[in-house]
Structure formats: structure tokens, C-alpha cells
Write a protein that binds this ligand. Structure first.
Ligand code: GAR
Length: 197
């Protein structure tokens, strides 16, 4: 039985697209059952529909900071499709410990840095400011600590002379698109050995 995957997004959803495309392989151990966005304007929603994946929106704004209620609404959408695995793919809301614990061991995230370096936002600018020669991305299991949890894969890129946060972000994103599908394939069969690209 294929594992059922729900993907949570906030924006363009390029990582989500790569995950869904990879799961189109009949030999893939998982399949997408839902793409959920916290923003009705998220560009990834249309892309998911075009790929034939069910979508849902739980706009965080009407909840006015009541994160427990926001997450209960997300959980209600998830309950309809009963995913085995949650993939955060550019999902830009911080989840509460309660939600994370409920999904612990079944929830992955991709973060645009070589964790444990540069948790949080503006990772590319911070890596440049620090004079890093190398940067990259990490897929990890989600635990209650922000951008923490067991590392399931990392991909490295060189920092080039003249890089801006934008050029560096584009180089990292291209690696994200390879790393996340590679990790999900392993994770879906219970293989937590990290992938290094
Ligand atoms: C990706 O670079 C992802 O690593 C990052 O947001 C981007 C989403 O792009 N995630 C985070 O910063 C999470 N804290 P996408 O919507 O095109 O996949």
C-alpha cells in the first residue's frame, strides 16, 4: 500500500511540484492526497490542481493569532484524507508543540540552510553576511524546536563570488528540488538514513 502524503505550502510551491511529479512514478512508495495552503493566493494551489491533486485552504488570518484554532482547522482537512506523512514545503507558519507532537515521526520539512546553521528566516542573506563558502538545504523531521529534528538529508552548494541572496537562493532551490524527493522516497519505506547530495 502506498503511503498517503499531504503537502503544506504557503507560496509558489516549487518543492511541492517536484514531490508530486516524483510520486507520479508507479514504483514510488507514496502518493499525494492533498496540497493545503494557509494563503488562498498561494501560487502552488493552481499548480497542484493542474497536477490533479486535491487542494484545501486554511487561511490563517481569520484566526487572528489563535494558533490552536488554526491548527484544528488544518487537522480537520487532514482528517478527511488521512495522510500517513506530512511534508512541509515552504510552509511559513510556525506550528505549536501540540500539532507537532501529534505528527511527530511523520512530518518532514525542507529548510534552506545547512542546519543547524541559520534556523529561521533570511538564510541566504545571513550565510552571505557570515562569509560562508558553502551553503545548502536540509530536510529534517519536524520536532517542537524550530528548524530542528533529525536530519534526513542535506545538499550543499558553493557560494560564488558576487552572489546575492537571490542568486544563492536560486542555486539552493535547484538542489532542494532533488533533495526533497530523494528523502521522501526513503522516508516512505521507513528508511531514515540521511541522503547527502
Ligand atoms: C524554499 O526555499 C524552502 O526551503 C523555504 O521556502 C521556499 C519555498 O519555495 N522554506 C522555508 O524557508 C521554511 N522555513 P517553494 O514554495 O517554491 O517550494
Amino acid at each position: 500500500m502506498k503511503k498517503r502524503v499531504a503537502i503544506l505550502i504557503s507560496g509558489g510551491g516549487s518543492n511541492m511540484v517536484r514531490l508530486v511529479e516524483d510520486m507520479a512514478d508507479p514504483a514510488h512508495p507514496a502518493r499525494p492526497v492533498l496540497v493545503l495552503a494557509n494563503d488562498p493566493a498561494a501560487g502552488g494551489l493552481e499548480k497542484a490542481r493542474a497536477l490533479g491533486v486535491a487542494t484545501a485552504v486554511v487561511d490563517h488570518r481569520p484566526f487572528k493569532g489563535d494558533r490552536a484554532a488554526f491548527e484544528a482547522a488544518i487537522q480537520a482537512e487532514l482528517d478527511r484524507v488521512e495522510p500517513d506523512i506530512l511534508c512541509l514545503a515552504g510552509f511559513m507558519r510556525v506550528l505549536t508543540g501540540d500539532f507537532v507532537r501529534r505528527w511527530e515521526g511523520r512530518m518532514l520539512n525542507i529548510h534552506p540552510s545547512l542546519l543547524p546553521k541559520y534556523r529561521g528566516l533570511h538564510t541566504h542573506a545571513r550565510a552571505l553576511e557570515a562569509g560562508e563558502r558553502e551553503h545548502g538545504c536540509t530536510v529534517h523531521e519536524v520536532t517542537a524546536e524550530l528548524d530542528d529534528g533529525p536530519i534526513l538529508g542535506q545538499a550543499r552548494v558553493p557560494v560564488e563570488p558576487g552572489d546575492t541572496p537571490q542568486t544563492l537562493a536560486a542555486r539552493v532551490l535547484a538542489r532542494e528540488h532533488l533533495l526533497y524527493p530523494a528523502v521522501l522516497r526513503r522516508f516512505a519505506v521507513g528508511d531514515r538514513r540521511p541522503v547527502f547530495l
